[in-house]
Design a protein. Sequence first.
Length: 429
Amino acid sequence: MKKLLASDPEFSRRFDRIVRERRESDTDVVTDVRDILREVRETGDKAVEKYTARFDDHRLTMDADWRIDAREFERAYNALEPDLRNALELAAQRIRTYHEPQRPADRDDTDEAGVRLGARWHPVDAAGLYVPGGRAAYPSSLLMNAIPAKVAGVGRLAVVSPTPKGKVNPLVLAAAHIAGVDEFWRIGGAQAIAALAYGTKRIARVDVITGPGNAWVAEAKRQLFGVVGIDMIAGPSEILVIADAENDPDWIAADLLSQAEHDPSSQSILITDDAAFAAQVADAIDLRLPTLSTEKVAQTSWDDHGVMIVVDDLADAVPLANRLAAEHVEIATADPEALFEGLRHAGSVFLGRHSPEAIGDYVAGPNHVLPTGRRARFASGLSVLDFMKRTSFIELDAKSLAAIGPAAVAMAEAEGLPAHARSVDVRLK
């Protein structure tokens, strides 16, 4: 864990290094993924079978090895303990309620020149949703991807999720039932992304692929962008907590570890204006780590990528936060709005002492699929719009064409495109 003091003459250089740090795997996955994509494109299901056996120790022989029937979704849902079923239903309801207002309205107007202008929104025909299933299985991730797609009106939802040794988490199946998933394929990794993008004999191609995954999944989405639409290229998770000394240090320690336990490459950062409080949080982390079943992962993440920054004034945390552009930002102060006002770059923000980031992972409502790796500078979290596209339309009559057409002719001629100019001019005459 790195400790930085804003008063240190070396602070700017050390902070710059943190901003520029790449926490993605050092493994050269680009070539590996390119080879997998090419093989799936050329041999389809055969390549998917090969890589699923190699990476997941799961053999795709019978139909049931490939695809989980919707009746299994319902059985898993019915077998849940009532409290857990209610929790999933509450999460789904809140996610749906938050995302429904994101549906855009069509536009149809006539301007002062008499030109009819507008746009119509349509959902994509099919979406592929990636749900992690290796280190852990996340029913919350399925809900966060599938429900916005359903709200958008997508006709076909195809989930891909690895099932190591053939085992699938019943909570993920129950979430698929709640969300109304159409297909659930027992495949993961770059080969699953390729199957969705190119299509195989078994799996029909999709238009958009969303959902978080490991470095191979992220790289496959990057290479296939343009063949399909994607939501974003997700990297290791991250949290930035801005906290004053009035907080319980154990609460803040728990918040920092909530992201550290995701992956050894995850990053947790604390910015505070009190050095003694920072030390108390560090001590609380040391005490809490051994109590976690995820201790090894969280410890590695904290040791390798954890950061504590002490500033002279908490107002100084805002420009630092904007440079970090973190996936999650907590502002645990008495007046969080004062700092939130200046915060421009963040995936999702949690205001006040009683708003832990973990609540956003499950039941708050906003999407937990968020930009990482400082991409919040230019990207947003998953939304209904990721599953929709806009078609503009234009309608002119003779009068409105006469009003604006000559300008088009002039511009076309200036650009050296006479056929463009003629296309308009012939109607003017």
